[in-house]
Design a protein around this ligand. Structure first.
Ligand code: NAP
Length: 259
């Protein structure tokens, strides 16, 4: 399927691995030139080289922490005008509700709420002026159904979701389409480290933890970064122009809700 976005330019944050990389690769497959980002340059350069080789699009890399003011400034300078913004960053650490102080919340809000908002504020006005744009925020299933050990994520991402619900409806008339993409459990480094933390907390082997999680997913497995990326690319496509302010959940059916 031709997504109609060949030749567009996208900034995909936190994209050297995992879900961000899945999005970058799917956009590149649709012919989109990329600005990719991560803190570590080695995996970032490897991912970018793979994309250039596989899809022949132009890829600019920026090794920077997207959650810091300096990192974002470097990223925005390199990005220039972009048509597509995919916001992403690492998720907050797990813990108990009693563990977190003000500073922990400020860090989580900075990373998973205020960073995407700052990027939206910087890049959406240009998209509106040019009459076309797409924003996909990678959030989490935790905005639909809280994950007890991820209280920081539950809080910060729900704040972003409220912001996007209002903002998406203010920019749609100018051709800028903004939505959230909610991962349930996907096979990435993040789930490996969360399964490891659960294993250490419970004393059970990580494989047992993972098997119990998989058993609770109607699809019978974790999702893949490729599936996630393909959904993101559709949400950035010409065909997504009537999808405004939605929260698209990819969780293999694990969250039992009617809507
Ligand atoms: P991942 O496999 O750990 O990959 C994270 C990517 O983001 C890496 O490329 C990492 O590279 C980069 N990154 C992390 N922090 C960054 C920062 N401050 N600035 C720039 N780049 C940064 O994680 P993932 O599974 O793809 O998860 C992506 C997001 O989805 C996270 O927020 C996660 O909490 C959320 N999520 C994931 C799942 C899941 O099942 N995988 C489920 C729900 C929500 P560097 O380390 O080199 O910076």
């Amino acid at each position: 399927m031709d997504l109609g976005i060949s030749g567009k330019r996208a900034l995909v944050c936190a994209s050297s691995k995992g879900l961000g990389l899945g999005c970058a690769r799917a956009l590149a497959e649709a012919g989109v030139d990329l600005v990719m980002n991560a803190r570590g340059s080695e995996a970032l350069e490897r991912a970018a080289a793979g994309i250039r080789q596989d899809f022949g699009v132009s890829v600019t890399t920026v090794a920077a922490d997207v959650t810091s003011d300096d990192g974002r400034a470097a990223l925005l300078k390199a990005a220039g005008e972009v048509d597509i913004l995919v916001t992403n960053a690492g998720g907050p650490p797990p813990g108990m509700w009693t563990d977190w102080d003000r500073e922990d919340f400020i860090k989580a809000l900075d990373a998973n709420m205020l960073t995407p908002i700052a990027l939206i504020k910087a890049l959406v006005p240009g998209m509106m002026d040019r009459g076309w744009g797409r924003v996909v925020n990678i959030t989490s299933v935790s905005v639909k159904a809280p994950i007890a050990v991820l209280g920081l994520s539950n809080a910060a991402r729900t704040g972003l979701t409220g912001y996007v619900a209002g903002t998406s409806r203010q920019v749609a008339a100018k051709g800028v389409i903004m939505n959230n993409l909610l991962p349930g459990l996907h096979a990435t480094d993040r789930t490996v480290s969360l399964d490891k933390a659960a294993s250490e907390a419970s004393g059970k082997p990580a494989a047992e933890i993972r098997a119990a999680k998989v058993a609770a997913i109607p699809a019978g497995r974790y999702g893949t970064a490729e599936e996630f990326g393909a959904t993101c690319a559709f949400m950035c496509s010409q065909f997504a122009g009537f999808m405004v302010g939605q929260n698209i959940l990819l969780d293999g059916g694990a969250t039992t809700t009617t809507m």
